[in-house]
Design a protein around this ligand. Structure first.
Ligand code: DON
Length: 623
């Protein structure tokens, strides 16, 4: 299936299925088909031959919605201009291109013979003079090479090989005297240097590239997508140059109609005399409308109408504000109510209930740019006033722009001297926040920011600091009577339990228990910590740590209740010493000393009910 067929296939499939955008476009197409007025351009004789009733709308964000004659080929004409301008920016940089062509709207027709004589350059790259000067910048040692490079550019943008309509090209070559006059005037003032006929040959060819409405929608979507073709994934322009292209399209793309267009439609756009208009909604979609009848300014009559309607129907005007900077704060809470996944002894829990308020967790979400970051950092400053540690959790942040990064680094620097310590979680070093991670890591010492892989690890570290500060000794080598699970056993019963205990040693990374294994032993941890991990559904075996356990605590206790299969993996985080207790041996012991099992099970019930109560309290805070 070629790409055009694929497009048709997608749109037909879309009509049958739930497709509100497709339905809307079909209605709009039918409605605007009634609009008359304008007529196809005939100053290029070949263009005058086109069927004026052709009409297509295509929009793309990777998914194509197309209605009407969306794969009918027509010449791109002036819609080639912003893309050639982007090529020049990409290959020569802003400064060099600005020397060649300005960015000032003329408010005049596309083919007006006006030049900026003060700066000695055409006013902007959207009028013919500017586009001709930009055409001179196409790289290649020979004209053939330059033509091939130009076609490669447009083919890359459309995601398929494009060619030139030779009839239109020859027609334009034969009649384009006004453009010839513009080119010679520019040669006269050294705004171009090469043979004008050669430069014009390329300019006429770029205008004669054959495209469809779908092609142009994809090309517009490439600009909406920061310069990366959404269908092929190929990067054509750097985002910084896309911004330049869109800026000039916004102010000059519709010639002497540009002001009214910006006022009513509010999308960077470009029209061509063949009757096409492209419009770009950055970050959302690219639109193309094709309908040959054009008005006096050279813009498609139905094209303008369609864009006006789409803009108002979907509120796509560039100056509509759809940003809510306050939503950057998902929630905040303190560590007295929400603890890490580290299981704690009753003594530790008591200390954390008293001291946990000194740790604040601030969950950020969405995109961090100037406005949202200012909100976030204002909240951070407020929390820092009565906290020893403030954890900022970036897990739900998908973008940090340069200004946000600078503000965050600045905040980190100014907090370095304060009472509160800054702790950052989940910024990662291979995702969208990697530049922030690097900026912070470079200055970790100077800024005193600690980075953790997730909020749980950050919280656990903060809890450990509070416990250490409360002079709580992390004991090792717990004796049986000291272990919570055995509290209430008589000294004689403790001795019986000790007689069946097996000391076990595991090295870092050892799997102490594996999900699915038979549960025959349960463990008391004497030294080191272990992690409890479960497989995350549908994640290709990725594991999530659901708890970590330290000295004095038990794990694998479920074996005592049902003796069934293990429900999680338990891994040694470091060298670990634990005591293993065989379930069968304990049951044998309980046959002669029933109080042993009763005491253990009631301790276990108390522990589980405490965990459940705390989980409920956490849910109340986190909901
Ligand atoms: O320069 C010309 O006459 C054409 N090849 C391009 C004109 C064009 O599309 C102007 N835009 N509305």
């Amino acid at each position: 299936m070629n790409r055009v067929d694929q497009v048709r296939h997608i749109s037909e499939a879309g009509v049958a299925a739930l497709a509100p955008v497709q339905d809307y476009l079909a209605d709009l197409h039918a409605r605007v088909s009634e609009v008359t007025g304008g007529r196809p351009a005939d100053y290029i004789p070949e263009l005058g031959k086109v069927d004026p009733s052709l009409f297509a709308i295509a929009t793309v964000d990777g998914q194509i919605y197309a209605v009407g004659d969306a794969d009918f080929p027509f010449t791109i004409q002036s819609v080639s201009k912003p893309f050639m301008y982007g090529y020049a920016l990409q290959h020569y940089g802003r400064l060099r291109v600005l020397e060649q062509v300005g960015v000032e709207p003329t408010g005049e027709a596309f083919n007006s013979i006006v030049l900026d004589e003060v700066a000695n350059r055409p006013f902007n790259p959207m009028v013919n003079a500017g586009a001709i000067a930009i055409a001179e910048m196409m790289q290649g040692d020979t004209q053939d090479e330059r033509v091939a490079n130009m076609l490669d550019l447009f083919s890359g943008l459309a995601g398929r090989k494009l060619g030139i309509d030779n009839d239109v090209f020859n027609s334009e070559l034969a009649t384009g005297h006004r453009n010839r006059a513009i080119a010679y005037m520019m040669l006269n003032t050294a705004m171009i240097e090469r043979d004008p006929n050669e430069v014009l040959d390329l300019y006429f060819r770029q205008c004669s590239v054959n495209v469809t409405a779908c092609d142009l929608a994809i090309m517009a979507a490439t600009l909406a997508n920061d310069g990366r073709n959404p269908l092929t994934g190929k990067a054509i322009y750097d985002a910084q140059y896309v911004r330049d292209m869109l800026t000039v399209m916004n102010s000059c793309g519709m010639y002497d109609y540009a002001g009214e267009w910006a006022y009513e439609v509010g999308m960077p756009a470009k029209s061509g005399v063949s009757g096409c208009i492209i419009a770009v909604i950055p970050g959302q979609i690219g639109i193309c409308v094709y309908s040959p009848p054009i008005d006096k300014q050279g813009n498609s009559v139905r094209g303008i109408r369609v864009c006006q309607e789409i803009s108002s129907e979907f509120e796509l005007h560039a100056f509509n504000n759809r940003t809510n900077v306050r939503s950057v704060i998902r929630r905040d809470y303190r560590a007295d109510l929400v603890r890490s996944n580290r299981l704690r002894t009753p003594e530790e829990r008591k200390i954390l209930a008293q001291e946990g308020r000194k740790v604040a967790v601030l969950e950020a979400q969405g995109a961090l740019f100037f406005g949202s970051t200012e909100q976030l950092l204002r909240k951070l400053a407020q929390l820092a006033k009565d906290s020893r540690y403030v954890i900022v959790d970036f897990k739900r942040v998908h973008l940090v722009d340069t200004s946000a990064r600078k503000l965050i680094v600045r905040a980190a620097r100014s907090m370095a001297g304060s009472e509160a310590e800054l702790v950052f979680a989940a910024i990662g070093d291979d995702g969208p926040l990697d530049r922030l991670t690097r900026a912070l890591a470079e200055n970790e010492q100077a800024h005193r920011v600690r980075l953790f892989r997730d909020a749980d690890a950050a919280l656990e570290w903060c809890e450990d600091q509070l416990l250490a500060g409360a002079a709580h000794g992390f004991g090792t080598k717990f004796s049986v009577p000291e272990i919570n699970l055995f509290k209430g056993l008589t000294p004689a019963e403790c001795r019986l339990v000790e007689s069946i205990i097996r000391p076990l040693v595991f090295e870092k990374g050892d799997v102490i228990m594996r999900e699915g294994d038979d549960a025959k032993l349960f463990f008391v941890l004497a030294r080191g910590t272990v992690s409890v991990e479960i497989k995350v559904h549908g994640s290709n075996g990725r594991k999530k740590r659901v708890a970590s356990i330290g000295p004095g605590l038990t794990f694998g206790e479920m074996a005592l209740l049902d003796g069934g299969k293990r429900s999680a993996d338990v891994i040694a985080n470091e060298r670990v010493i634990c005591y293993g207790l065989g379930v069968e041996e304990l049951q044998d012991l309980a046959a002669t000393h029933p109080n042993v099992m009763i005491t253990i099970l009631s301790n276990l019930t108390r522990e589980f009910s405490e965990r459940l109560r705390h989980a409920n309290d956490e849910i109340a805070v986190l909901e």
